[in-house]
Design a protein around this ligand. Structure first.
Ligand code: 5RP
Length: 223
């Protein structure tokens, strides 16, 4: 039997093919990305540098001697590689299981291409079974939660988590996300919301899926 970690590794190793040499790239956060950083370090690919989205990814990049630089110092990122908590056939995603979706959305939006890497359990017909992470300003947590409740979701504070930017995460269960772009905008318009984990505007361009039959490369709208 192939474990979930093995499937993540299959996707991560295949994604090396999408990394151009002599360019700057962006890198996300999570266990699939950890496999990707390892594969990148071992690949011998010559890249100019990486913009990272979390301390964990930065530490791993340093271990492999891969140069890192801040987003403000880079004009162009050729590609952004990151995992997802859920991804649909249009390659829209829910992210933020690791509470890093704000940094991830910033770096994704600065990149020319988004390559999502995931094991096959993440590929879903409908977004929303995974609770939607919403980063909130701490003092607005109750206000935002009431608005999310009015939208039909069940908000729950993620206990013990403070984001990179000093905010809190409210995870929203049972929310209808059948129109991801509309929902992403609606939630971000609530005063006190910093960013939510729907990647509708920043959907991936390519999905590299780790399956028991090997890596599958999927484009938006493909079955
Ligand atoms: C972090 C994320 C991750 O991409 C997502 O949680 C997937 O993680 P993993 O690769 O460990 O399954 O959005 O904020």
């Amino acid at each position: 039997m192939t474990t979930q970690d093995e499937l993540k590794r299959i996707a991560a190793e295949k994604a090396i093919e999408f990394v151009p040499e002599n360019e700057y790239i962006g890198i996300g956060t999570g266990s699939t990305v950890d496999f990707f950083i390892e594969a990148l370090g071992k690949s011998g690919k010559k890249i100019k540098g990486v913009v990272s989205t979390s301390k964990t990814s930065s530490e791993l990049l340093a271990q492999y001697g891969i140069p890192e630089l801040p987003l403000n110092d880079v004009h162009r990122l050729a590609v952004y590689i990151d995992g997802a908590d859920e991804v649909n056939h249009m390659l829209q995603m829910i992210k933020g299981g690791g509470a890093a979706h704000l940094n991830e959305k910033i770096v994704a939006s600065a990149s020319e291409k988004f390559v999502c890497i995931a094991d096959e359990s993440k590929y879903v017909s409908r977004l929303g079974k995974f609770p939607l992470p919403v980063e909130v300003i701490p003092s607005a947590r109750s206000l935002v939660s009431r608005k999310l409740l009015a939208m039909g979701g069940q908000p729950e504070l993620r206990i013990g988590v403070t984001t990179f930017h000093g905010n809190q995460i409210v995870d929203v269960y049972d929310l209808n996300i059948d129109r991801p772009v509309t929902r992403e905008d609606e939630i971000n318009q609530i005063v006190g919301v910093v960013e939510n984990g729907i990647f509708g505007h920043n959907a991936a361009d390519v999905l590299v899926l780790g399956t028991a039959e090997g890596a599958k490369v999927i484009y938006p709208g493909q079955d």
